[in-house]
Design a binder for this molecule. Structure first.
Ligand SMILES: Nc1ncnc2c1ncn2[C@@H]1O[C@H](COP(=O)(O)OP(=O)(O)OP(=O)(O)O)[C@@H](O)[C@H]1O
Ligand SMILES: [Mg+2]
Length: 379
């Protein structure tokens, strides 16, 4: 799209003038031993307060899209709000682009925050301001002159594909368009980092896809570092390079996205993955699994395989070497970054000794095998 490309070009030149970039391996965000306890009088706070973050260490290199995934109440919003000190950590230090924010206050902190943009689940636009005026707001607050503001806002609106909506008001826009305005506004002060707090959770899947694509473009073309929090594996899969898993205020696992999706190390990581990949047995199979299998039954298995196992003809070898027939009832293959992950529900048909041998064959070939139950022979 020509307009969008033009916008990216202009915005890149804007960001390029924002200051000398760090090298590609430099840390852009560094949280060290960050804890946050809320001492509110609210329900459930208790006398010691709510420990929302516990000794969190997080390092995000320049140019990375880092996702933080966790269940509701895990501390995701608290974590991301500690990065720009919307929440001040109770202990620990936060450093962004080489500047320790936890040592700053007042004007110095406000200045530092110009290098950190943020977008939210519900967009947080001012309804009384036009699209243009929403994007211009942070620049007005910085005391920038009108002409200079227009010079920045126009290419940003092109960047997010909303050049023709400058005079419209938020109420006239779709959710996806509102989030595009919010992205343009977040980029107005030429940030080095973009924080996204569940930025697509209020959007339908198609619009989510287009906003994630825009974020990926911004990351790739402008080299902007992105920290995003989400409860959706799909978001992590779509755009993140690396992911941290948060539970009860602690980062319990951190990995490259390809590794996380193929071999999560924690129970919670596996739960997220299983929910994401869920291969539901068909209704007819559930009924067969619930029925009495009788004396001549077959195991039904769910297989998950990744790495070498994906490209190996395991099923035909299984049939040949163990003397079983394999009926594939459901199958699915997911590509995650440069990795492939396969899932299958299959019925192993043969006598008891053969099916036992087949199960141990599968287990020794790097597949995760789960026996869903036994069914009576169909034939
Ligand atoms: N301002 C506050 N005062 C008191 N407790 C708070 C406050 N904000 C958050 N909490 C508590 O801190 C914990 C973490 O909340 P947080 O909002 O960071 O979770 P979250 O992972 O973003 O959840 P969600 O997915 O529902 O947005 C929760 O127990 C929450 O109740
Ligand atoms: Mg939250």
């Amino acid at each position: 799209m020509a307009t969008r490309q033009g916008g990216l070009f202009f915005a890149r030149s804007l960001l390029a003038r924002a200051g000398p970039g760090a090298t590609s391996v430099a840390q852009m965000i560094r949280l060290q031993n960050v804890s946050k306890t809320y001492f509110s009088k609210g329900k459930g706070a208790g006398p010691g307060g709510v420990e929302a973050l516990k000794a969190v260490d997080l390092h995000v290199p320049k140019g990375q899209i880092h996702g933080v995934i966790g269940l509701s109440g895990a501390g995701k919003s608290t974590l991301i709000r500690c990065v720009n000190l919307l929440e001040r950590p109770t202990t620990g230090s936060v450093t962004v682009d080489g500047q320790e924010l936890t040592g700053l206050s007042g004007d110095a902190l406000n200045q530092a925050r110009h290098r950190i943009g943020m977008i939210f689940q519900h967009f947080n636009l001012l309804t009384s301001r036009s699209v243009f005026a929403n994007v211009a707001l942070p620049l007005e607050l910085m005391g920038m002159k009108k002409a200079e503001i227009a010079e920045r806002v126009t290419p940003l609106l092109e960047l997010v594909g909303l050049a023709d909506k400058a005079r419209q008001y938020p109420a006239q826009l779709s959710g996806g368009q509102k989030q595009r305005v919010a992205i343009a506004r977040a980029l107005a002060s030429r940030p080095r980092v973009l924080l996204c707090d569940e930025a697509t959770s209020a959007l339908d899947p198609h619009t989510t896809g287009s906003i994630l694509e825009l974020l990926r473009d911004i990351n790739q073309q402008l080299g902007l570092t992105i920290l995003l929090i989400t409860h959706e594996m799909e978001v992590v899969k779509s755009i993140c390079h690396r992911v941290s898993l948060i539970s009860g205020g602690e980062l319990v696992e951190e990995a490259e996205v390809g590794d996380f999706f193929t071999a999560p190390r924690t129970r919670l990581g596996r739960d997220f993955l299983n929910d994401f990949l869920e291969l539901e047995p068909p209704r007819a199979l559930i009924e067969r699994l619930e029925a009495d299998p009788g004396p001549h039954s077959h195991p039904v298995v769910r297989l998950a395989f990744s790495g070498d196992a994906v490209s190996t003809p395991l099923i035909s070898r299984l049939a040949r070497e163990c003397g079983v027939d394999v009926s594939i009832l459901q199958a699915k293959v997911e590509s995650i970054q440069d990795r492939t992950l396969g899932l299958m529900i299959a019925e192993l048909m043969g006598d008891a000794a053969d099916t036992r041998r087949a199960l141990s064959y599968l287990e020794t070939h790097d597949l995760q095998v789960e026996v869903l139950g036994h069914v009576q022979r169909d034939d």
